[in-house]
Design a protein around this ligand. Structure first.
Ligand code: SIN
Length: 493
């Protein structure tokens, strides 16, 4: 089969409806929207465009399923997740190709995301039977204290386009493990991967109503009424800080439990004692994984002044070798950005940095070809007040600044409202411990450019969010703690 035929055949097998109460349907008003290939601008598929009425039907299904699902034995929920893990492994090539087609990242990276996403299914299948409580005597001996956990209840999950599968499984898997029902609203730019995955969850045996999926181009119109409805108990969002804080304000009406994984502005700090080979390799990962379209992407390279010239030269040489192209082509290392607006934003940040005094060591422009491509770019001498040092770049641009001592590096790292992740390169263990105590961050990568791991608590501080996804902490986001005080006259003191 030719590549084009294989892609067309995969699209034919991918569901394009809304998924409510265990069934695929057209949107209530029959509307659809177009999903584009960012490498060509071509239309890949038309997908049902859920309306507010579909939203209400999804919430009614999730609410009706909640009680029965909450009382399903945890072993049963665990086994559904395990079957889903096996199915994702079997269909990983389909999922990876679909992801590359709608999101643009190179196929090798999509395969990496499928494996990463699948680890959340495996991890939380193992966590489901370990939900536990405690039993204790009160200190005065008069009562017994029972502490137990129960599912929060129907949850709304809003996921971004940059990791179309991993950001969904990172929310769905712990919710399934905890016994919550849910409504997923995948990003309108990349709904196909989520829809294909939904079919696998159904094949794995997830009962009707537990997972409902609503692709839509009207996110506010569909999710707003859900957030105000007392049947919803939880909102989990991954996306920008601006949207996250609006959602938090809306969630305060019903005092919803919220988990927010928001924007970042990650510093990547290279100290004078760093292993330079490792620092450059880590910089490539932290900057160019996902084409820079990640909230954990290195946004500011802070490099000690004594090694800045060497680091910048080596990073420039390495980034110059990245071949740009459609993600399905075998030698592509950097795919397109997601859309024209993303290209315009990256171009503005580069232009403003240059106007503020930065020097272009590599690239600096969008590519003149169909699709939404931006050259791998390195800027040196970036002033700390430049907009590129303040805003999330979300593109393949490395912006290098310098510092002269550790105190200055920490102050620079902490100087933004964000605190998702920091990366540091040093061989000095005492320095690592000082940094771990002083950097305002939810995650710290030490001599590594990637921190993401299903077994670890992912999340930020300050304007980067609230709550943690993955690790032992991830399931707690979907559990309430209930305390039962037992006074029994026959127990005695
Ligand atoms: C993100 O950038 O939103 C998540 C990245 C990750 O999980 O590695």
């Amino acid at each position: 089969m030719t590549d084009a035929k294989a892609e067309a055949e995969l699209l034919r097998r991918t569901p394009t409806g809304v998924f409510i109460d265990g069934a695929w349907r057209d949107a209530g008003n029959g509307a659809t929207f177009e999903v584009q290939d960012p490498a060509t601008g071509a239309t890949l598929a038309r997908v049902a465009n859920a309306s507010p009425r579909d939203g209400m039907a999804a919430l009614s299904a999730a609410h009706a399923a909640q009680e029965g699902w909450a009382h399903t034995p945890s072993r049963q929920r665990s086994e559904i997740l395990r079957r889903a893990f096996e199915l994702v492994r079997e269909r990983s090539e389909d999922l990876a190709l679909l992801m590359t087609m709608e999101m643009g990242k190179p196929l090798a990276e999509s395969r990496g995301e499928v494996a990463y996403a699948n680890e959340f299914l495996r991890w939380f299948s193992e966590e489901a039977p370990r939900i536990s409580g405690r039993y204790a005597a009160s200190p005065d001996g008069a009562t017994r204290l029972l502490v137990t956990k129960r599912p929060v209840g129907p949850s709304l999950m809003i996921t971004p386009w940059n990791f179309p599968l991993a950001m969904a499984t990172r929310k769905i898997a712990p919710a399934v493990a905890a016994g919550c029902t849910m409504i997923l609203k995948p990003a309108e730019l990349t709904p196909l991967t989520a829809l294909y995955f939904t079919q696998l969850m159904a094949e794995a045996g997830l009962p009707a109503g537990v997972l409902n999926v609503l692709p839509t181009t009207d996110p506010g119109g569909v999710t707003g009424p859900l957030i105000s409805d007392p049947r919803l108990r939880k909102l989990s969002f991954t996306g920008s800080t601006a949207v996250g804080s609006r959602l938090m304000a809306a969630s305060s009406q019903q005092v919803l439990r919220v988990s927010m994984e928001l924007g970042g502005n990650a510093p990547f700090i290279v100290f004078e004692d760093a292993d330079m080979d490792a620092a450059v390799a880590g910089a490539l990962m932290a900057k160019l994984r996902n084409g820079g379209e990640a909230c954990v992407a290195a946004n500011r390279f802070l490099v000690h002044e004594s090694v800045a010239a060497e680091f910048s030269a080596r990073l420039t040489e390495a980034m110059a070798s990245y071949r740009v192209g459609r993600g399905t082509e075998a030698d592509t290392k950097l795919g397109p950005l997601i859309n024209a607006a993303a290209v315009a934003k990256v171009r503005r940040l580069v232009d403003e940095a240059v106007a503020a005094g930065a020097v272009v060591a590599l690239g600096g422009a969008a590519l003149d070809r169909p699709g939404f491509f931006f050259e791998p770019t390195v800027l040196t001498n970036v002033p700390s007040h430049a907009s590129i040092a303040q805003e999330e770049i979300f593109g393949p641009v490395a912006a290098v600044q310098t510092f002269s001592d550790e105190r200055e590096a920490i102050a620079a790292a902490n100087s933004t409202p964000f605190g998702l992740v920091c990366f540091v390169y040093t061989r000095d263990l005492s320095r690592v411990l000082r940094l771990a105590e002083r950097l305002e961050t939810g995650m710290l990568g030490v001599n590594t450019g990637v921190v993401s791991n299903a077994a670890a608590p992912f999340g930020g501080v300050k304007s980067s969010g609230l709550g943690r996804e993955g690790g032992f902490e991830g399931i707690d986001e979907y559990l309430e703690t209930v305390y039962v005080a037992v006074s029994d006259p026959f127990l005695g003191a």
